[in-house]
Design a protein around this ligand. Structure first.
Ligand code: GFB
Length: 318
């Protein structure tokens, strides 16, 4: 590993997708590295269009690129907007990865997702489960795009010697998430709906599905820390998982947020909504063995995320 050590000090680091959950956490974490952070707003640069992306990269010449830009959403968004999820993400990846190669970027970090693994993958899911079976149908469009991104990084490494790496984060939560009740991921939607139920003194809180699916949740600021760690210390062909290795059921998640918010009504299930993958938890031995583990426990993280939501309720993304 010694040959791959990289200091970010004095380097220009482009965070593509700096307004998202991951990107904004990176903007909080990266200043500690002494690097210059580059960003481009959506109005300035449409990442789905190749020519402007290549021009932007040529003009700004970042040393490092973190590809945290993506069209994302929860189970409902994934299953109802398949064209956007596959086309936007393939386009963004293609434009940035190829553009980074052309612009001589020193290191690129591509962000995937735990949904790249087969629905029936042995749990916890190890990196070598990739492409061993059929995907979960509710998010296969997004998963296919992310798998293509991993393979692009590998291909550019093999053919051109680019130091392009791929990290697979698990389900995330934290500040600057999308708190939309329909489009968002379960963690943010849960925070928003429990808060609303409490404010309105609603007798019932409705959660989607049976509550039995199990998910692993990583605090966004922990992910940002893990990504900085990987940029500095990881330089291999294979993708690497970033998670906690700990899962809870959706019902346990609801109960946790209910307790944090102090909501006193009943939790009921809308069984017309999909459950999705029965269980999704990452094997995190590889990143742990390199010397990184997620520092924030679930209770602390959700307390911070809930407090952030309450403080920013007027301006949150939804
Ligand atoms: O985060 P999520 O939407 O997607 O979580 P996935 C879905 C699970 O939470 C299902 C339950 O079991 C839902 O039935 N759930 C309960 C809810 N209440 C709610 C709610 O109010 N909103 C939502 N959204 N779910 C995602 C993929 O899969 O995993 C993404 O869609 C990404 O593409 C991410 O890969 C890591 O965890 O099933």
């Amino acid at each position: 590993m010694a040959a791959s050590e990289l200091s970010l000090e004095g380097l220009k680091v482009w965070v593509a997708g700096h307004r998202g959950t991951v990107g904004s956490a990176l903007l909080r974490r990266l200043p500690r590295e002494g690097c210059t952070i580059l960003t481009a707003t959506r109005a300035e640069l449409d990442l789905r269009r190749q020519e402007p992306v290549e021009r932007w990269l040529d003009a700004h010449r970042p040393d490092v690129v973190i590809l945290a830009a993506a069209t994302v959403g929860g189970i409902h968004a994934n299953s109802t907007r398949p064209a956007e999820f596959i086309a936007d993400n393939l386009g963004i990846q293609q434009n940035i990865i190829h553009g980074a190669y052309q612009a001589g970027v020193r290191k690129l970090l591509f962000l995937g997702s735990s949904c790249i693994y087969p629905r029936e993958a042995p749990q916890p899911m190890a990196e070598d489960s990739l492409l061993t079976g059929p995907l979960e149908p509710t998010n296969e469009w997004y998963a296919i795009a992310k798998i293509a991104g991993i393979k692009m990084c590998q291909a550019y490494r093999r053919q051109y010697g680019c130091d392009f790496i791929a990290a697979m984060p698990t389900n995330l939560y934290g500040p600057d998430d999308n708190f939309d009740l329909i489009q968002g991921h379960v963690a943010a939607a849960m925070i928003a709906k429990v808060h609303r139920a409490k404010q309105e003194n609603a007798p019932e809180l409705v959660i989607w599905g049976t509550g039995t699916p199990r998910r692993e949740f990583l605090f966004a600021d922990d992910l940002a820390d893990g990504l900085v760690f990987l940029l500095k210390h990881y330089s291999e062909d294979g993708h690497i998982n970033v998670g906690t290795g700990i899962d809870i059921s959706i019902r346990e998640l609801a109960d946790l947020v209910v307790r944090i918010a102090g909501y006193e009504g009943r939790v009921v299930h809308d069984l017309s909504k999909p459950d999705g993958m029965p269980r999704k938890v990452m094997k995190v031995e590889r990143i742990n063995a390199l010397g990184w583990r997620a520092p924030t426990d679930l209770e602390t993280g959700f307390r911070r995320a809930y407090a952030w939501y309450c403080d920013n309720i007027e301006t949150v993304r939804r």
